[in-house]
Design a binder for this molecule. Structure first.
Ligand SMILES: [Zn+2]
Length: 226
């Protein structure tokens, strides 16, 4: 009788282990399946704002579409449009540093570079209450010295909308949509009406194609995982 009980327990345990392993394995495969098949991520980034009129217009449309974006603000503009900066943060967008006055950092001394970066971080952090993580140097100009001074993650782009030059929302949209791939970082500027209109068209078209718009932190996290 004792022996019989022992065998029963052994068989029961083996079954439990078998089901547990089986279940775990199935869960894992279905997760991989989902990741590979359905999700395409893209990040919208807006430089040079906040603008008192067009950034607000942009925030309205992003809210309507439930899209979060990343804003690389110019410190001086953030200071002058404090309410817009606060709205960006309150509505869940990510704020990065785009220098205080948009100077070419290659032409500045170390002390001046540090001032451009620190002043901007202070303005953002006074509202967000957390350290600014991302830095996009003006004109995309950076080198080892600038990275070392900034002590932040430098984020550039891989799809340039050229919205500052094109100024036609349909043409900007076509340019961006034709270039976007999974993991793209789109560069736009929230200081032109045509850019804001184009951003809405880009979102509407790419969402139909199955893209999900995410902030930079989420996009970088996803690419590391893959
Ligand atoms: Zn810029």
């Amino acid at each position: 009788m004792k022996k019989y009980l022992k065998i029963s327990i052994l068989i029961f345990s083996l079954f439990t282990i078998f089901f547990f392993v089986q279940n775990k394995y199935n869960k894992k495969t279905s997760l991989v399946f989902q990741e590979n098949n359905s999700k395409k991520y893209v990040a919208l980034t807006f430089d040079d704002g906040p603008h008192p009129k067009y950034t607000d217009m942009l925030l309205d449309g992003l809210k309507e579409r439930n899209v979060k974006a990343t804003f690389f603000v110019i410190g001086k503009n953030a200071q002058n449009n404090y309410n817009v900066l606060k709205r960006m943060i309150d509505e869940g967008h990510i704020i990065g540093n785009h220098t205080y006055s948009h100077k070419n950092l290659f032409l500045l001394k170390e002390k001046q570079i540090l001032k451009e970066i620190d002043q901007t971080n202070q303005i953002i952090e006074a509202v967000s209450l957390k350290p600014v993580k991302y830095f996009r140097p003006s004109y995309g100009n950076y080198n080892a010295k600038i990275i070392n001074l900034a002590q932040m993650e430098v984020v550039l782009w891989n799809v340039d909308s050229l919205d500052w030059k094109i100024r036609n929302s349909n043409r900007i949209t076509r340019k961006v949509v034709s270039k976007v791939q999974n993991g793209s970082i789109i560069l736009m500027h929230d200081i032109y009406k045509t850019s804001v209109k184009a951003a809405f068209k880009i979102i509407d078209e790419l969402q139909k194609e199955g893209y999900e718009f995410v902030t930079i932190d989420k996009l970088l996290e996803t690419s590391v995982e893959e």
